[in-house]
Design a protein around this ligand. Structure first.
Ligand code: CO
Length: 211
């Protein structure tokens, strides 16, 4: 029921004010998160909840399949604001195993507009076909593609003028590649992260975990 949500909100706000009478005053006056989160829209992967970050501590952008389309004005606006105004130090691209977006990209069915959105996932799958086709179990193959997709989106993000320019100016921004397991609630670092002082990732990440 929608009224439950509003009732919960009143309780939550009352509790925050009870803990700190100035909680909302302080929060409304300053936003200075250290982290930008780029994740999947999937309702089971809420950035704040799974990382324990409070309001004000992470700037969030989510879309189907945690994609970095370099023509996506929504994402680019978020990234630019996070980098230039908020001066975040870490950008986390977090995918998840069992991603419905990645599955939809590969299931061979027509879904609508989202098929256009998911084209980069099919591109990743095509370029990694050599290793993916060796994985006989479909779920394992899809989960591997979820990992490769994170690495590809990091590469895409690292090539944007926003990030290149920030690195050229000596900004200390690190991009991290993480993946979340719906089955166990744990985040794995795919160790495909990159910063301005390092070569860009090749997209060839190790399989370090299974879902
Ligand atoms: Co997903």
């Amino acid at each position: 029921m929608l009224t439950d949500l509003l009732d919960h909100n009143i309780k939550w706000a009352t509790e925050r004010r009870r803990e700190d009478p100035d909680y909302f005053k302080k929060l409304s006056e300053l936003q200075r998160p250290d982290y930008l989160w780029i994740g999947c829209s999937d309702s089971r992967v809420p950035a704040n909840v799974i990382t324990g970050l409070k309001p004000g501590e992470v700037f969030v952008h989510r879309n189907v399949g945690n994609l970095v389309h370099r023509g996506d004005l929504n994402l680019l606006s978020v990234v630019e604001f996070a980098v230039e105004a908020l001066e975040v130090k870490h950008i986390i691209v977090c995918g998840h195993y069992g991603c419905g977006g990645v599955n939809a990209a590969m299931d061979g069915h027509r879904h609508g507009i989202v098929d256009h959105w998911l084209q980069p996932v099919r591109d990743v799958a095509e370029s990694a076909d050599g290793q993916l086709s060796k994985i006989t179990d479909r779920e394992t193959r899809l989960n591997r593609l979820c990992e490769l997709n994170v690495a590809a989106q990091i590469d895409s993000l690292a090539r944007t003028p926003i990030i290149r320019s920030a690195w050229q100016r000596g900004r200390d921004i690190r991009i991290h590649g993480w993946i979340y397991g719906l089955n166990d609630g744990l985040i794995r670092d795919l160790e495909c992260g990159v910063s301005g002082n390092e070569p860009r990732p090749s997209g060839q990440i190790q399989t370090i975990h299974s879902a």
